[in-house]
Design a protein around this ligand. Structure first.
Ligand code: CA2
Length: 149
């Protein structure tokens, strides 16, 4: 069974505790459960992670690139949080790893502040999803499964 890595960045551990008008009321544990259901429906295993640390996220992306090259992983769904708008290092890691990656945002970043309109991830992502709330995670997993299969 091949794996999907769902990788969440800074502050996403706070989901469901604040800003429900923007991010909804579901917690990160709820998101993990919906990702597990989506993966199972496609015969895929889930590796679900969250980190507040850029370097830890870079290590995870490099690991995912090696796993995809070895044939054990189909790709990554990445919600890089605010690092989306700042991180050349994540851009370089994605590009260098060669991993198939879907950029995901819970909110529609283009309908928000101008500083959220630029992404360092989009140029190295296979596809971008934003504004579907946490259901976007399941949609992104389906999209990855479609690309792989
Ligand atoms: O819409 C998204 O998924 C974002 O990636 C979320 C990031 C934000 O910086 C991006 O511009 C868009 C923020 C994640 C922080 O989430 C929180 C949730 C509840 C309470 C506090 C933060």
């Amino acid at each position: 069974m091949k794996t999907v890595l769902v990788l969440n960045g800074p502050n996403l551990n706070l989901l469901g505790t604040r800003e429900p008008a923007v991010y909804g009321a579901q917690t990160l544990a709820d998101v993990e459960a919906l990702c597990a259901t989506a993966c199972a429906s496609h015969g895929l295993a889930l590796d679900f992670r969250q980190s507040n640390h850029e370097g830890v996220m870079i290590d995870a992306i490099q690991e995912a690139g090696r796993a995809q090259a070895a044939g054990t992983l189909i790709g990554v769904v990445l919600n890089a949080g605010a690092y989306t708008h700042t991180s050349v290092a994540l851009h370089d890691a994605i590009k260098g790893s060669g991993v198939t990656l879907i950029e995901l945002h819970i909110s529609n970043v283009h309908a928000r502040e101008a500083f959220r309109h630029h992404s360092f991830i989009s140029p190295v992502a296979k596809a971008v999803m934003a504004g579907f709330g946490v259901k976007g995670y399941a949609l992104a997993i389906s999209g990855l499964a479609g690309l792989a299969g």
